[in-house]
Design a protein around this ligand. Structure first.
Ligand code: ADP
Ligand code: MG
Length: 341
């Protein structure tokens, strides 16, 4: 075959392969957009594990009518304009791929009323085969994205969807990850019409503890002790909780870098080393938030942005280790000797 430029729909579907793996990945992209739009309330409705429909509604700043169609186009983003922006990125989005990818493999409706507009508009795209239709609609300030029949036009991908229950478990986990990073946002999740999760905003320590319990479970919250450490370059806050013979809480392991959830061996390593040095052979769960100059970390490593690259990985590791050592030492001296595992 001669070299050809891919038709846009096919290019989008190929890109969707990287971003849209399953309903939970759709949810992640949609909810992160709500957070980027400054929403304080995000309501999610899922049907049949998300394979039938995923609806995400926010009260953020909305999208102007003139930009609705563009929001669905590939490489269209309001978040980055220069390479410098990309090097110091704080928003979740920046690739401008999510809505284009999702709308190429599902039936997507985007309804929005911009904060300065007195009318709401709706754009509909179906597998991107037809032009996007934009028409007036009723909607309060904010945005609703509805994704129906995920992978309806890519049967090979549709077959990879698991049982509704399994997909729902992934969605719940995705929501947990995001909610832990956004304590001030109110989240609700409905599955097949039933309210199944509600995370209320946490504005003080007591509410934070309640929110931790509702997201990570009461066993985790009961065992959690706070951690707080900073120097001129780095700050680490969050919670650590040790397994004991009554409960296993080490399944909850969350690490955030500038508010972005990350999988990184560096933290696991530091946690294991700190526990070992303290003579503990239990595992630990954690929710840790690292803040640093965004120039010191590269988030543009992975399409779903799960991985990051620290410019000074050793320095970051050692800082985290020290913070953990201090928190553990303090915790163990406060514990009655008999309770120490
Ligand atoms: P990205 O988030 O990388 O910019 P997306 O495809 O996820 O790309 O979204 C494209 C654009 O659509 C965003 O840059 C933003 O301007 C707009 N947008 C998407 N979702 C929302 C939302 N919930 N509220 C306001 N604007 C949104
Ligand atoms: Mg986005």
């Amino acid at each position: 075959m001669p070299i050809q430029i891919l038709p846009p729909q096919l290019a989008n579907q190929i890109a969707a392969g990287e971003v849209v793996e399953r309903p939970a990945s759709v949810l992640k992209e949609l909810v992160e957009n709500c957070v980027d739009a400054g929403a304080s309330k995000i309501d999610i409705e899922i049907e049949r594990g998300g394979s039938k429909s995923i609806v995400v509604r926010d009260n953020g700043r909305g999208i102007p009518q003139a930009e609705l169609e563009l929001a669905l186009a590939r490489h269209a983003t309001s978040k980055v304009t220069t390479l410098e922006d990309l090097e110091a990125i704080l928003s979740f989005g920046f690739r401008g791929e999510a809505l284009a990818s999702i709308s190429s493999v599902a039936r997507l409706t985007l309804s929005s009323r911009h904060i300065d507009a007195d009318q709401a508009w709706q754009a509909y795209a179906e597998g991107r085969e037809m032009a996007v239709k934009v028409q007036p609609t009723a909607h309060p300030v904010g945005t609703t994205v509805e994704v129906v029949d995920l992978f309806f036009n890519t049967p090979a991908r549709r077959r990879f969807l698991r049982a509704d229950k399994t997909e729902f478990t992934h969605i719940e986990e995705q929501l947990r990850r995001i909610a832990l990073a956004q304590p001030e946002i109110h989240f609700s999740l409905r599955h097949n019409g039933k309210l199944v999760r509600q995370y209320r905003p946490a504005r003080n320590e007591r509410q934070q503890h309640q929110r931790l319990a509702s997201i990570c479970g009461s066993a985790f919250a009961e065992r959690a002790f706070a951690l707080r450490c900073s120097n001129d370059d780095l700050a680490l806050t969050g919670y650590l909780a040790l397994d004991d013979d009554r409960a296993r809480v080490s399944d909850a392991q969350y690490f955030y870098v500038n508010g972005r959830v990350v999988r990184d061996r560096l933290v696991n390593h530091a946690v294991r080393q700190a526990l070992e040095e303290a003579g503990l052979d239990w595992a630990a769960g954690y929710v840790l938030y690292l803040t640093l100059d965004p120039h010191e970390v590269d988030v543009n490593v992975h399409p779903a942005k799960h991985e990051v690259r620290f410019h000074q990985a050793r320095y970051v590791h050692d800082f985290i280790l020290t913070a953990l050592q201090q928190a553990l030492a303090q915790h163990l001296t406060q514990q009655p000797a008999t309770e120490t595992p």
